[in-house]
Design a protein around this ligand. Structure first.
Ligand code: NAD
Length: 327
């Protein structure tokens, strides 16, 4: 299949593009490099790439004239929760308004399916420890709200224009390409595993633990970490199913296992063999104690089998990349 991948120079987009290429698909990349890395496109060997914005209608017209896509995988977005609270305008603009511009070109060009990076942040405060796809969606920040808005828009576009969608609600994406060709390079970084690995490398003095008095076995928050390659594979399975069955679907993508902040730090110590200093601080507002996916639907309906479901593999791959890239 020929697939347009937006945000292909970013973390999850690049890992998915790599997997698509390895499975024989043709990838055309679009990224404005606001957060992405140009060298990633070279590493992936993508010849057809456009450096530009999904909100630029003229560029989109050109791309859709030059290629005929069966599908679009849409990763590009702003994804800093805290920033979305202080600058909601740029989140609604980038994540919602510009996505509509992209969707309009998809409809015009007769694209068969649109795969969308949504998030567990659309659920808001968890009412249960395990969250299934039918959990109420009440986002508590503009980032989650912007993703939920696009979910609603996708449903309306299907009804009106027959554009099939696959909505994938990721939990905590982590890990890296096992061969360390690409990995996680957010700047600024806010995700736990790369921050802990920064402390292991001496790029930061210590790692802050926000809250050690939660009602969890070791008092720290529990999250569901999902290997970026397993995420990538779920995108491909979801897309194939949407096209073969001519139907839309929504899936949570997580492992269904939770690991505490302390467990993550301990695994990083074991894998890196380095000491890691920690600093216990106050809880952060809005952090639920436990956030774990009920992810059976993707396994059952897509035959998706996460390959790296254990924390040690996830951290091992993240460390391999982190050490080779940042040391
Ligand atoms: N990383 C996670 O744990 C996680 C969890 C849930 C959902 N998500 C979603 O997954 C997607 C990818 O996340 P990521 O961690 O790879 O982020 P990322 O920042 O690494 O990648 C996003 C890419 O999109 C590009 N981009 C942003 N706005 C653009 C625009 N208007 N036009 C063109 N390119 C643009 C950026 O330059 C970047 O390369 C995002 O939509 C994010 O909301 C991520």
């Amino acid at each position: 299949m020929k697939i347009l991948v937006t945000g292909a120079a970013g973390y999850i987009g690049s890992h998915t593009a790599l997997r698509l290429i390895e499975q024989g698909h043709q990838v055309v990349a679009l990224d404005n490099l606001v957060y992405g890395h140009r060298d990633v496109l070279t590493t992936l060997g993508i010849k057809d790439y456009y450096i530009g914005d999904i909100g630029d209608p003229n560029l989109l017209r050109r791309i859709f004239q030059e290629h005929r896509f069966e599908a679009v995988m849409h990763f590009s977005a702003f994804a800093y929760v805290g920033e979305s609270v202080t600058k909601p305008d740029i989140y609604y603009n980038n994540n919602v308004v510009r996505t509509v511009t992209l969707l309009d070109r998809c409809v015009e060009a007769g694209v068969k399916a649109f795969v969308f990076s949504s998030t567990c942040a659309t659920y808001g405060m968890a009412r249960s420890d395990r969250i299934s796809e039918d959990h109420p969606q009440n986002p508590i920040n503009p980032y989650g709200q912007s993703k939920l808005m696009v979910e609603h828009i996708l449903r309306d576009y299907e009804r009106a224009y027959d554009l099939r969608h696959v909505i994938l609600r990721y939990f905590n994406a982590a890990g890296a390409d096992p061969k360390a060709r690409i990995g996680e390079r957010h700047d600024p970084e806010t995700h736990l595993i790369p921050l802990v690995l920064d402390a292991a490398l001496g790029r930061r003095d210590s790692i802050k633990i926000f809250g050690t008095d939660y009602d969890t076995p070791d008092g720290t928050c529990i999250r569901d970490y999902i290997h970026v390659n397993d995420l990538a594979q779920a995108h491909i399975l979801g897309l194939e199913q949407a096209i073969n069955q001519n139907a839309s679907a929504i899936y949570n993508l997580g492992n269904g296992n939770g690991y505490s902040v302390k467990e993550v730090i301990e695994t990083c110590r074991e894998v890196s063999g380095r000491p890691i200093q920690t600093e216990a601080t106050e809880r952060r507002a809005g952090d639920p104690p436990v956030l774990v996916a009920a992810a059976d639907k993707a396994r059952k309906q897509l035959g998706w089998q996460p390959e790296f479901a254990d924390l040690e593999s996830i951290v091992t791959h993240a460390w391999r990349f982190h050490e080779s890239h940042f040391a």
